[in-house]
Design a protein around this ligand. Structure first.
Ligand SMILES: NC(=O)c1ccc[n+]([C@@H]2O[C@H](COP(=O)([O-])OP(=O)(O)OC[C@H]3O[C@@H](n4cnc5c(N)ncnc54)[C@H](O)[C@@H]3O)[C@@H](O)[C@H]2O)c1
Length: 281
């Protein structure tokens, strides 16, 4: 086996990138963080410091560095996680940049929610060293990561990726064959789709469905509360991407959901979705 993973680069330090950085720093890796937006970098620094403080791991702070220069950020890294916005062309551009800068042995992983790495790999020469490494934020309460191969990913790359996931105290969810939604997102998609259909067809009230889900699973929130929290625009877009991929009419999100989105009823963030939300003063 080649060099083991000691130093990890994070490219894109937004909502998920900063959480991946914190989880990695907590488990004794050297972490280099990069983002094009200096305000995001400031916020990421505050977030990572806050996590280390809360966990009594301020000793690890010296191993986290923040760079506005990608060349410096990728110096000697063994693994890079790309967490830039969900746009295929942007991801290809970033993969190509990383490929040109990072050492030859470096593994490149994407945190993309919907693109298999096989759609990005044409941007790099090291096709044997790419992976999907998909997190489920908030990472501390959902410590699991989908891991999926590209079309030429080597077994060594895959095994190193899996070991790194374990080393940061997350559960590797191995995707054996390329599929949209990876492991758990695919399961959640099926449940969410059925809940939306039941609501749309008038089979049961949202409160009844949420209650049944909570009693059965022991979870604190039901699917409609979760969807309001995620944002109905996001839920609609994700459902549409499954529908576009499968062409199966049963995957098509209900028109009633589209209407809610068009009317600006996006859930928690706008105060109204499936439920009405009052903001805390
Ligand atoms: N939000 C989620 O719940 C979630 C969950 C799993 C996976 N993901 C995936 O993670 C990725 C990022 O999502 P997010 O929610 O963290 O988005 P985000 O918008 O919070 O963060 C993206 C960051 O990328 C930065 N960025 C943009 N262009 C860049 C560039 N050229 N170089 C470096 N940085 C750049 C932005 O400044 C921003 O800070 C997406 O692919 C998304 O599908 C998101």
């Amino acid at each position: 086996m080649g060099k083991e993973i000691k130093k990890v680069g994070i490219v894109g330090a937004g909502f998920t990138g900063k959480q991946i950085a914190a989880q990695t720093a907590l488990h004794d890796f050297i972490v280099n963080v990069y983002d094009i937006d200096p305000r995001v970098m400031e916020d990421a620094k505050k977030y990572v410091t806050g996590v280390l403080k809360r966990k009594n791991r301020m000793d690890a702070i010296q191993d986290v560095s923040y760079y506005s220069d990608l060349d410096k950020a990728l110096e000697d890294v063994d693994l890079v996680i790309e967490a830039v916005p969900e746009n295929l062309e942007l991801k290809k551009k970033i993969f190509s940049l990383i490929d040109n800068i990072a050492p030859a042995h470096t593994i490149i992983g994407t945190n993309s929610s919907s693109y298999p790495v096989s759609k990005i790999e044409s941007a790099v020469k090291r096709k044997d060293k790419v992976l999907n490494l998909h997190f489920y934020p908030p990472i501390p309460t959902r410590p699991m990561v989908d891991i999926m191969r590209g079309s030429e990913t080597s077994e060594e790359t895959f095994e190193k990726g899996k070991q790194w996931i374990k080393d940061i105290q997350c559960e590797p969810l191995v995707v054996k064959k390329e599929c949209i939604g990876f492991v758990f997102n695919r399961i959640w998609h099926t449940a969410r789709k059925e809940c939306l259909n039941m609501w749309n067809m008038g089979y049961a009230d949202i409160e009844t469905i949420d209650t049944a889900w909570k009693i059965f699973t022991g979870m604190k929130m039901g699917p409609f509360v979760l969807m309001d929290g995620i944002g109905l625009d996001v839920v609609y877009a994700v459902q549409m991407s499954y529908y576009e991929e499968s062409g199966d009419p049963r995957d098509k999100p209900p028109d009633a959901l589209k209407e809610m989105v068009e009317n600006g009823n996006l859930g928690l963030k706008t105060g109204k979705g499936f439920y009405t939300w009052r903001r805390k003063k």
